[in-house]
Design a protein around this ligand. Structure first.
Ligand SMILES: Cc1ncc(COP(=O)(O)O)c(C=O)c1O
Length: 376
């Protein structure tokens, strides 16, 4: 018996072919044909120029800098997210304004965004940017967010790290705001083992991010620098993995969704165990299969399920711990938070890999069902 992990890479021969090609041709640095092809394929998919970077966190850092975020500024971000959505705000000396979730989607509550912008506009202290996070493969409700941000002239930077392949009203999540960022971390729906992408309809911004990502080296023979830069470029080897992964993205979306719906169907007769809502406005990839426990109805707690699976060497995990409950953000300003706290208390993610076998998934569902039915 081998351990069943939450979300593992799922690679095929195409990825290996592109990586071998990089070795064979000695393109083993942060330039090369795989990078060009990966960016071109990504650009074709989202319909906007894009630059491949070392991580989603790096992409968000550069994106916020492009929007001019600096010391003392404020940036709106959901409290229910992974900390990588917020750390780049701190890198720039800015402060997060933490906003609660909409219980119908688990993503940032557009009404609260509107309320905060209205309050801030009244005192002439608008935040510098809004970061909706497309959570676990589900798009935030972008139309009302874009409408209210447009009204106040506050740019939107979409954190689509968890949402490669996600759609909002037929369009790619991450392609709707001023800037979108993606992650190809090893646990994501497609991976480069570690990597990210920044995309924007603004070609100059994308080129500026590319420039900053390569130590902001000015043109010319000498190594001359007039701006601060970073070593944030993706390697041509890893871009080869991404190139192959993009070819199978649509399959991976179908497979992740199938995993989630098999769990949902297997738990259909258990009152008090429900799949994360699937908002009608988009295509939820169900990057992770997330469930909510109603302990009164189910008879067992979320933690009991996680511990029982762990005892059988099966990895599951709670929903993200809200940022306002993190010691590092204890003093951060927040607007609501009760919805996120409740989701964190009762929510959990089950193994969701696109390569999860029917036998392994059957074992997981029978353990969870056994825990619940034993009580009847
Ligand atoms: C919501 C969210 N934002 C940002 C990131 C950062 O991506 P990376 O790990 O590629 O830096 C991640 C994932 O790791 C994430 O889940």
């Amino acid at each position: 018996m081998t351990r069943i992990y939450l979300s593992v890479p799922h690679l095929g021969p195409s990825e290996q072919h592109y990586v071998s090609e990089a070795f064979a041709t000695n393109w083993l640095s942060s330039v090369g044909p795989n990078l060009d092809a990966f960016e071109a394929a990504f650009t074709a998919r989202v319909g906007m120029p894009s630059v491949a970077l070392a991580s989603g966190t790096a992409a968000l850092h550069l994106g916020l800098r492009l929007l001019g975020v600096g010391p003392g500024d404020e940036v709106i971000v959901p409290t229910l997210t992974f900390i990588a959505s917020v750390n780049p705000i701190l890198y720039l000396g800015a402060r997060p304004l933490l906003i609660d979730s909409d219980p119908g989607t688990w993503t940032i509550d557009p009404q609260r965004v509107a309320d905060v912008l209205r309050q801030r506009a009244a005192v002439n202290r608008l935040p510098k940017a809004v970061i909706p996070v497309h959570l676990y493969g589900q798009s935030a409700d972008m139309d009302p967010i874009l409408e209210v941000c447009g009204r106040y002239g506050v740019p939107v930077i979409e954190d689509a790290a968890e949402a490669m392949g996600t759609l909002y009203k037929g369009k790619a999540a991450g392609s709707l705001g001023a800037i979108g960022i993606f992650s190809f971390n090893g646990n994501k729906i497609i991976t480069t083992t570690g990597g990210g992408m920044l995309t924007s309809p603004n070609h100059e911004w994308v080129e500026k991010a590319r420039f900053w990502a390569q130590q902001a080296r000015d043109q010319g023979m000498a190594y001359e620098h007039t701006e601060m830069g970073y070593n944030y470029r993706l390697s041509n080897v890893l871009a080869g993995i991404g190139r192959g992964q993009l070819e199978v993205l649509d399959q991976r979306v179908v497979q992740r969704r199938a995993v989630a719906f098999r769990y949902r169907d297997a738990f259909a007769d258990l009152p008090g165990l429900s799949l994360m809502p699937q908002a009608p406005y988009g295509l939820h990839t169900n990057w992770l299969s997330c469930f909510l426990v109603d302990e009164q109805k189910l008879g067992i707690s979320r933690d009991h399920i996680i511990r029982s699976l762990a005892a059988k060497d099966i990895e599951s995990r709670p929903i993200w711990k809200p940022m306002h409950q993190q010691p590092i953000f204890a003093k951060a300003e927040r607007h609501g938070g009760e919805v996120a706290e409740d989701l964190f208390r009762r929510g959990f993610c089950l193994p969701s890999s696109s390569s999860l076998t029917l036998a392994d998934q059957g074992e997981i569902t029978s353990i969870v069902r056994g825990l619940c039915l034993r009580l009847r």
